[in-house]
Design a protein around this ligand. Structure first.
Ligand code: ADP
Ligand code: MG
Length: 476
């Protein structure tokens, strides 16, 4: 029989207080703060958490302590079980007051206030997100950002196929889909394309697209307005959540946590998440390790820098839609010379067309050269890893494929090391990024190559001459 001297909610408060004293602060916030006491069935107390992931974690790591602490407070309790709660029940974990406490101090203040004043789980009606709020939060979609508008080539075919698959699947085929690549290579375009596709074919689905910055802003705003609960609920009712440029989330601890919780909740409910960043999950240095690794659990799709063929394809497609015809050889010229990214490529095309219309001039290579002088200069200065590889392969008379291959014979291994060394010297790329461009090698391999070449140079005049020559021909 239960000999509870205290009401259940107060028992829970005692247990929480004790746990808080035992568990590291960050771990408490992460794993235990979301727990809500939802009731009691005989000798068993039932706690709820928002996600299966959290439940498993709490079960594995804290079940024994929870039971022991509870029995200390109320010997009548023999078992504590952790369940995945319905959103509404779990949403009640944070009464409004928590937000006010958070404003006065830290996130921790919020947790304390929530713990101290938590009512036993009841459903707050306001927690249900309306479609209009979702629309307000979701950024507008670019009308030209559809799958049809996306030109597919070797560098982006994998990411394209993955996005298409996600857009047309009933259940998430992989979760999250993590798109990454340099600036202006089509990450946002692909996300918008997924959103357009769903809007057209599955208007019943709630789709949110927003930048990581906006996500952070919304969260902080909700904190300020004591409304973190409806913030959470809003995201938790979404079918597809797309967060663009998550490299901007790094560093802001409470937002990271919130992002992670939201992420876990959605994944556990079988909702699709799409993330983009300018680097791979493992290179997101500002994020906590557990978040980083979780982001890599789904499918990671890399958008590579454009090739000449892809650039030309994109220009041809864009030119077709313009009223002014642009000669093919001018498109080729642009594709050759503007290698930075697609955005700049598009911008260049628009600029020469605008110029032609404005002063009624013919579009020629000379004219393009003149109008785009600044852009062309900027593009000339940049050396890509691909170019370095090509030049080095040419110089040593090996195949370009050997830059990526696993062959270790000195005849290909040394040139490869030279290319890695030059990549480190002449581009702003990080060691992991360079490693990836060399057939997915580890960053330690790149580091080793850089050291090796530095070492050899002093003893090997021929190598020094090679490097000088290569540097000059790469314009470095
Ligand atoms: P990112 O988000 O990766 O920085 P965006 O998706 O914003 O890049 O792309 C920059 C511009 O280039 C956009 O106008 C986009 O429509 C266009 N773009 C990028 N890749 C392609 C492609 N493969 N086909 C057509 N347009 C593209
Ligand atoms: Mg973008």
């Amino acid at each position: 029989m239960l000999g509870a001297a205290l009401p259940l909610t107060l028992q829970w408060e005692e247990v929480r207080r004790a746990l808080r004293g035992e568990v590291d602060q960050a771990a408490f916030g992460m794993w235990l703060e979301p727990l809500v006491c939802v009731g009691q069935e005989g000798e068993r107390v039932v706690l709820a958490v928002p996600t299966r992931f959290l439940r498993d974690w709490v079960d594995r790591h804290y079940a024994d302590r929870l039971r022991a602490l509870w029995r200390a407070v109320n010997p009548g309790v023999r078992a504590v079980s952790v369940e995945v709660g319905a959103p509404a029940a779990v949403g009640s974990a944070r009464p409004e007051r928590a937000g006010r406490a958070a404003e006065a101090g830290t996130e921790d203040g919020a947790a304390d206030a929530a713990a101290a004043r938590r009512p036993s789980g009841r459903v707050p009606a306001a927690a249900v997100a309306s479609a209009s709020v979702l629309e307000e939060i979701s950024a507008p979609l670019d009308p030209r950002g559809t799958f049809d508008d996306f030109v597919v080539g070797k560098p982006n075919e994998f990411a394209f196929a993955a996005a298409k698959r996600v857009a047309s699947s009933e259940a998430p085929p992989f979760n999250p889909l993590f798109l990454y690549g340099g600036v202006g290579l089509g990450k946002t375009h692909l996300m918008h394309a997924v959103a357009w596709h769903l809007r057209l074919h599955r208007p019943d689905k709630k789709v949110i697209y927003l930048s990581a910055e906006k996500f952070m802003y919304q969260f902080i705003k909700a904190l300020r307005e004591h409304d973190t609960m409806s913030f959470k609920e809003m995201f938790r009712t979404v079918d597809v959540l797309m967060v663009d440029d998550v490299q901007f989330i790094s560093g802001k601890d409470s937002t990271q946590e919130e992002f992670f919780h939201t992420f876990n909740t959605l994944v556990d409910r079988g909702r699709q998440i799409i993330i983009s960043a300018d680097r791979s999950p493992s290179d997101l240095s500002g994020l906590e390790e557990r978040i980083r690794s979780r982001l890599g659990w789904g499918l990671v799709a890399d958008i590579h820098p454009t090739t000449f063929e892809l650039r030309l394809g994109i220009l041809q497609q864009k030119a077709q839609r313009l009223a002014t015809p642009v000669p093919e050889r001018v498109l080729e010229f642009l594709a050759q010379r503007i290698t930075s990214n697609v955005r700049e490529l598009e911008g260049s095309l628009n600029r020469i067309v605008a110029q032609a219309q404005l002063v009624t001039r013919d579009i020629t290579i000379d004219m393009a050269q003149e109008v785009l002088a600044d852009i062309l200069r900027a593009n000339d200065r940049k050396v890509t890893i691909e170019e370095i590889q090509r030049k080095v392969a040419e110089h040593y008379g090996i195949k370009m494929a050997d830059m990526h291959s696993a062959r270790r014979a000195r005849i290909v291994a040394r040139p490869r090391q030279v290319a890695m060394y030059l990549a480190k010297q002449l581009t702003p790329r990080s060691l992991p990024e360079i490693g990836r461009k060399f057939g997915g090698r580890d960053h330690t391999t790149v580091m080793h190559a850089v050291r090796k070449i530095e070492e050899l140079q002093s003893a090997d005049p021929a190598l020094t001459a090679d490097l000088d020559h290569l540097r000059r021909s790469l314009g470095g």
